[in-house]
Design a protein around this ligand. Structure first.
Ligand code: BMP
Length: 267
């Protein structure tokens, strides 16, 4: 299966320019770590992005949790993303009719499309949500934008299962120019019948933590090893890294665990 192929090979054969870049970046930095940078001030966010940037391939934001969001936040993130060569993923989880989602993606105070390489959405509203995001991306004429579908969730009692998850895969297959892959606890391609031989959707896995099993609000963790064994490609970790007593040592530990597991898988 595609998950046994090296990232370099997947970069070479992929048609999505941002997926190509992601795989090449991972090979270059020897990292498949996505930092979930859930900091609430611009200073902290930029500080962590600067210190941990060399060890990650993607920095995931929740831009609406910042107390002091301003143009400075975005300028800083963009500068650091170029300096340390990582992509920015705004974990916005769009869920609405297409017309509203386009306004949320392009406009408002956040202007997410201007600065986030990657965004995600749920398919709860049906395929029109992806069509709307695709239209915004295509009319802007930029090559380095992409979307992930939230196919599963890590929280206890999640309803993003079964037919919802299967529909996520089917809808992803309808929009290969825009959809890079999905956020899930494991590889899911086998859930829906494959239509394309060369299909290669990227699997991002949240809820990754080396030293904890979960939190008091229903979060459930797995280790880097179990995520990689399940077919994940990129490991998303937040508190496991930024809340560690030594975040730089922690990010290196996640980087090594993820990369060793990747190497073992591709042989
Ligand atoms: P942490 O590693 O600190 O638990 O953070 C997990 C991050 O991933 C949070 O930003 C959360 O919003 C996100 N996330 C998740 O935990 N589970 C999901 O199913 C989807 C998410 O986006």
């Amino acid at each position: 299966s595609k998950s046994n192929l090296p990232f370099a090979k997947r970069a070479e054969r992929h048609k999505h320019p941002l997926v190509k870049r992601l795989f090449s970046l991972a090979e270059k930095k020897q990292s498949n770590v996505v930092l979930s940078a859930d900091l609430t001030t611009t200073k902290d966010l930029l500080n962590f992005a600067d210190k941990l940037g060399p060890h990650i391939v993607v920095l995931k934001t929740h831009i609406d949790i910042l107390d002091d969001f301003s143009q400075e936040t975005i300028e800083g993130l963009t500068r650091l993303s170029k300096q340390h060569d990582f992509l920015i993923f705004e974990d916005r989880k769009f869920v609405d009719i297409g017309n509203t989602v386009q306004k949320q993606y392009k406009g408002g105070v956040l202007k997410i499309h201007d600065w986030a390489h990657i965004v995600n959405c749920t398919v709860l509203p049906g395929p029109g949500i992806v069509q709307a995001l695709e239209q915004t991306i295509q009319s802007a004429g930029v090559a380095d934008r992409g979307v992930l579908i939230l196919a599963e969730m890590t929280s206890k009692g999640s309803l993003a299962t079964g037919s919802y998850t299967k529909a996520s895969i089917e809808i992803a297959r309808q929009y290969p120019k825009t959809i890079m892959g999905w956020v899930a606890t494991k590889e899911l391609s086998q859930l829906a019948e494959s239509e394309v031989d060369e299909e290669d959707f990227v699997v991002f896995t949240t809820g990754v933590n080396i030293s904890s099993k979960g939190d008091a609000l229903g979060q459930q963790y797995q280790t880097p090893e179990s995520a990689m064994a399940g077919g994940s490609d990129f490991l998303i970790a937040g508190r496991g890294i930024y809340a560690a007593s030594d975040p730089v040592a922690a990010v290196k530990e996640y980087q090594k665990a993820g990369w060793d597991a990747y190497k073992a898988r591709v042989g």
